[in-house]
Design a protein. Structure first.
Length: 170
């Protein structure tokens, strides 16, 4: 590797950050860190329960603390951010300044299909298709600041991983 920077995956919920991140880390022989899993471990409950019992603001505060801590202390890791983490200015700034970021971009229709039967996402429980599209469109403005954008709609997991590695190593 030419760098010791973290490789950070960003994108909408359901974009495959955790799955791709795990497989990518394995291939690169890097540590894989899934921020959402770290939050659940730290809080000893699910993200869904955190939203339900303590609210979104509490979740976002914990997400910021854990994410910034990981980003500051780790190197040569693959890090999967939660779908809303990159909206946070402090997280966004650190990701862009000291890491290499990849936006796993999908069409709205694909995201909706991928999220159709998911029950563990707290934001989805109160959203219809149009609201999910609007959220994806709104977040895309921020996600587009990533170092690299991968249009994933016509790619399989292995092709996505290959493209990330090619860009990361160059």
């Amino acid at each position: 590797m030419k760098t010791n920077k973290n490789l950070v995956l960003i994108g909408m919920m359901g974009s495959g950050k955790s799955t791709i991140g795990y497989l990518l880390a394995k291939k690169l022989k890097f540590l894989f860190i899934d921020i959402d899993k770290n939050i659940e471990k730290n809080e000893e409950t699910t993200i869904s329960n955190i939203f339900k019992e303590k609210g979104e603001k509490y979740f976002r505060d914990i997400e910021e603390k854990i994410t910034l801590d990981v980003l500051k202390k780790k190197s040569n890791c693959v890090i999967s951010l939660g779908g809303g983490a990159f909206i946070n200015k402090n997280i966004q700034e650190l990701v862009l300044k000291k890491n290499i970021s990849f936006w796993l971009k999908w069409k709205n229709s694909t995201i909706i299909k991928r999220l159709k039967n998911v029950n563990k996402r707290p934001l989805l429980k109160k959203m219809n298709h149009k609201q999910i599209e609007n959220l994806n469109t709104e977040r895309s403005k921020l996600y587009s600041k990533a170092n690299y954008t991968l249009n994933c709609d016509n790619l399989n997991k292995n092709e996505i991983i290959k493209k990330i590695i090619q860009n990361y190593e160059n």
